[in-house]
Ligand binder design. Structure first.
Ligand code: ADP
Length: 171
């Protein structure tokens, strides 16, 4: 039986930290589905379609990874995909409390679904989409944090978007 893992998130946009986790998951499971959560649409810089397209360009050389989106409860989506595993990345201690709560809540709702946490390379352990957007919005160099096509998309998007205080809020 094939082991399918779901890697859910907002990916607004995908960073090298996300890609690091994704490569680790792709080495462990037969198939990994990156699942863009629709409930993240409201506060996002990129639309779901834009984020999916940016992700597609990141994964074109990884045969067992695909991108999808969902607007249901995560556990219902996991079941619909016949998956058993949810993959999440753990950066610093600050991620732990929220992730721990979500994992145990999901286990209560769907005991057969296991959440697996992977840690990125240490140099990505401080990296987030929010901080990357904040640095880019202030004209900083983000070339170490995202692939070139995402850097370009961010610059274009930010040039046309009204000022957003990425570095000041926690969303
Ligand atoms: P969410 O909005 O659900 O937090 P994100 O798109 O920000 O989703 O992230 C999706 C997953 O990837 C989460 O598990 C998050 O902890 C993880 N992640 C994000 N950035 C990194 C990083 N730099 N290193 C490792 N994991 C990360």
């Amino acid at each position: 039986m094939k082991t399918i893992a779901i890697y859910p998130g907002s990916f607004d946009p995908m960073t090298n930290g996300h890609i690091d986790i994704l490569l680790r998951a792709a080495a462990l499971f037969d198939k990994v589905i990156i699942a863009l959560a629709h409930h993240t649409e409201k506060n996002a810089l990129f639309t779901i379609q834009e984020r999916a397209e940016l992700i597609r360009q990141c994964i074109q050389d990884i045969p067992n990874v695909e991108v999808d989106d969902f607007d249901t409860l995560l556990v219902d989506y996991v079941r619909a995909k016949h998956a058993r595993v949810v993959v999440r990345g753990l950066r610093a201690v600050s991620d732990f409390e929220f992730e721990f709560q979500m994992a145990l809540m999901n286990r209560t709702l769907a005991p057969e679904v296991e959440t697996i946490f992977l840690m990125p390379k240490d140099s990505y352990s401080y990296l987030s989409s929010r901080i990357t957007k904040g640095i880019a919005a202030l004209g900083g160099d983000i070339s170490q944090f995202v692939p070139p096509h995402i850097e370009k998309a961010l610059r274009t998007k930010l040039a046309n978007a009204p000022h957003q205080p990425f570095l000041e809020n926690q969303s």
